[in-house]
Design a binder for this molecule. Structure first.
Ligand code: ACO
Length: 409
């Protein structure tokens, strides 16, 4: 191809990042946001493709820790900032960057690579499966009522400037990370991303607002949101645009959502990227008027099948031989014996007969417990080779809590 693919040097960052911005339409970010991404880019884990000294391809990999079923925080490459210049598209440049990147991730000893896709069609060929989903909700708060559980009245709410209470909000988030598969522990510096609030990206809404939920002086939750005012002849019809709601217990959760439901001069909540099983869905009087839309969220790639399957736990005892096919990372292909239970697991090479056959992409989908192997088998993507194996393994792989990624990257 004649292009040079190499690890990013800090002095090349501006040209590298310009290629990325242009591939996403070319509208520049605010100086503040650009400076923050510059700081957060892990250059030694990023790749640039150069053609005659001009940057034409980019790919990065944050060093994340991802919560997996059982609560462990597993090293995972957070694949990001992927772009190929439109002048060089569809010549295999992405494929060569993914090749190099997955080889690198393996050499770093990280068992997983994860990403959120600009277009879901791109990454399946490289062995990524959709491992978590989120919902977007548009709630008609003029019609939908929220009932709250006992204890909600004990929660006190107060406004605070988002920057002033950032540490308290981050402490709440940090407590939630180990409770839900698919969440990512915050790398220092990342918390500042949630406070970037350029007027150009507010879509006519207010600056970011924050309300803390407290009980006995302790912060037990927070909501960050904007208000987009609107009026019609009959009166106000503003929208509450929710950015984050994180709460440590049911009463704090209900108090925050009730607050968002009842803000005067608004008749709608627009909440994106919420967990599939978020409790407020069970508190509303009319779920249909909440217009839930399910979207793919985290795409998961097992880079080291044995280490990845050992790193999580299983809901019920499991002893199974998996025949794994992995064309892009052939070191994973072949038979693996997985034995595990709620306390731990081991996964090793075996010559024993296989019970289930599947590709690494299906393993990625099932890995966080949000997509059942049964459903994948019904789609013809998993084959049962020993009768009864599918049901057992499917239950073992499940998670009682829906996996969820709180934010893009
Ligand atoms: C994690 C993230 O950062 S997600 C962000 C991804 N980046 C973007 O969406 C920015 C805009 N798009 C781009 O920069 C580029 O089009 C990319 C990176 C998506 C693809 O780069 P390319 O170098 O053109 O991909 P490459 O030539 O290696 O394609 C490999 C295969 O994937 C297919 N493919 C790649 N991108 C797409 C797409 N967007 N839609 C459909 N098919 C695609 C190609 O057709 C090709 O298929 P084939 O092997 O059957 O011929």
């Amino acid at each position: 191809m004649g292009n040079d693919l190499r690890v990013l040097r800090r002095e090349d960052w501006d040209e590298w990042y310009d290629n990325l911005v242009r591939a996403f339409g070319g509208v520049p970010e605010s100086a503040e946001e650009r400076a923050l991404w510059r700081e957060l880019t892990e250059t030694d884990r990023s790749l640039g493709a150069w053609d005659g000294g001009v940057c034409v391809g980019t790919a990065g990999a944050f060093s994340f820790r991802l919560t997996v079923p059982g609560g462990a925080a597993v090293p995972a490459a957070g694949v990001t900032m992927v772009s190929v210049a439109a002048t060089h598209r569809r010549r295999g440049m992405l494929t060569s960057m993914m090749r190099r990147q997955l080889d690198d991730v393996r050499s770093w000893g990280e068992p997983l690579a994860v990403l959120t896709a600009s277009e879901p069609v791109i990454y399946g060929r490289f062995g990524y499966g959709v491992g978590s989903y989120h919902v977007n909700a548009e709630i008609d708060t003029a019609r939908v009522r929220l009932s709250v559980p006992p204890g909600t009245e004990d929660v006190r709410l107060r406004y605070a400037a988002p920057a002033d209470v950032l540490d308290a909000c981050e402490a709440v988030y940090a407590q939630l990370v180990s409770r839900r598969p698919g969440m990512v522990a915050r790398i220092p510096g990342w918390e500042r991303l949630w406070l970037l609030d350029p007027e150009s990206e507010r879509g006519g809404a207010s600056p970011l607002q924050c309300v803390l939920a407290e009980r006995g002086g302790e912060v037990v939750g927070y909501a960050r949101f904007r208000i987009k005012g609107d009026w019609e002849a009959a009166g106000p019809k503003g929208t509450v645009v929710v950015q984050d709601v994180d709460a440590l217990d049911p009463a704090a959760h209900a108090a925050l959502w009730r607050f968002l439901f009842e803000i005067d001069l608004t008749s709608k909540i627009d909440a994106r990227r919420r967990p599939l099983d978020e409790p407020w869905q069970h508190l509303v009087s009319d779920i249909r008027r909440c217009s839930l839309l399910v979207r793919d969220s985290l795409h998961v790639r097992l880079v080291d099948v044995g280490a990845a399957l050992e790193a999580r736990t299983y809901q019920t005892p499991v002893d199974v031989v998996l025949e794994v096919e992995d064309a892009f990372c052939p070191w994973n292909s072949g038979r693996w014996r997985l034995t595990g239970d709620p306390k731990g697991a081991s996964c090793m090479r075996t010559e024993d007969a296989a019970d289930l056959a599947l590709s690494v992409r299906e393993l990625g989908s099932a890995y966080l417990g949000g997509v059942s192997l049964d459903a994948l088998a019904a789609a013809g993507r998993v084959r049962e080779l020993r009768q009864g194996a599918l049901g057992e393994v499917s239950v073992a792989f499940g998670s009682t809590v829906a996996p969820w990624l709180a934010h893009g990257f």
